[in-house]
Design a protein around this ligand. Structure first.
Ligand code: SF4
Length: 250
């Protein structure tokens, strides 16, 4: 990949499906590649760099070869934003967008337009997070519980990310994906970590779904129990299903 260029998986407009801003219309910039392999991942096609960027515009779908320069990405985003007002924010998502932190910073530094930027990140790459925060208004973090990701615990990385974004003055909220097998002690540890390292940030327990249907992989009883566990140590723990799954949209 030429220096300074990046791998972009998709550009599209949709309703935000998770967290504080669920239901708001946003322009999504999905970057390709992720260092994690969560068992429940619903974006398997974005785990590795892709050959083409899919652009879903008002006139249908177009494809553009990767990599994209920051200026090329800016032009595509500006065109899409101009064709699809009103928008609440640009949602930068993945994959893991911070896997391409240098490209992301280059694009954000030259970006035209004034939409606030919402960064959706797993919160496991704190040093890279610091490089892009000057251009970020809102950060949506995950807490990754090893009992449902199948990955190793990332408590230290999460804590560093939460503290960095909070200190930078960003709006912060945190999602914790949960299913029937999620360990209550991990929910408690993650909820306490959010309360301590990102004071004021709401915590959303996100019930996971089957890969191809909106059917939840956690029952109401278990969900209530996990919420009670989180609420003992976090003052603003909520439960919110993924709106885009319910609506059957992207
Ligand atoms: S961090 Fe997100 S994109 Fe990466 S594997 Fe986990 S769920 Fe998938």
């Amino acid at each position: 990949m030429p220096a300074g260029s990046g791998n972009v998986s998709e550009l599209f407009v949709s309703f935000q499906g998770e967290g504080v801003h669920a239901g708001r219309r946003q322009l999504f910039v999905r970057l390709g590649g992720c260092p994690l392999r969560c068992r429940y991942c619903d974006e398997p096609e974005s785990l590795v760099p892709v050959a083409e960027c899919r652009i879903l515009g008002p006139d249908g779908t177009r494809r553009r070869a990767n990599p994209l320069t920051p200026a090329a990405l800016d032009a595509e985003v500006s065109a899409l934003a101009g064709a699809a007002p009103p928008l609440h924010a640009l949602a930068v998502t993945g994959g893991e967008p911070l896997a391409q932190a240098d490209f992301l910073a280059s694009w954000l530094a030259l970006r035209s337009g004034s939409l606030p930027v919402l960064l959706e990140t797993a919160g496991v790459l704190p040093a890279r997070l610091g490089r892009v925060l000057p251009w970020i208004a809102i950060v949506s973090f995950d807490v990754k519980c090893p009992s449902n990701t199948g990955e190793r615990a990332r408590w230290d990385e999460h804590e560093a990310c939460f503290r960095t974004a909070t200190a930078a003055g960003c709006e912060v909220y945190v999602k914790m994906p949960v299913d029937e097998g999620t360990a209550p002690e991990e929910v408690e540890r993650g909820a306490r970590l959010v309360a301590e390292a990102a004071p004021g940030a709401p915590l959303f327990l996100t019930p996971l779904t089957e890969p191809t249907t909106p059917r939840l992989t956690i029952g109401a009883e278990r969900l209530e129990r996990l919420h009670a566990v989180a609420s003992r140590v976090h003052p603003d723990a909520r439960v919110l299903p993924q709106l885009h799954k319910v609506l059957g949209i992207q």
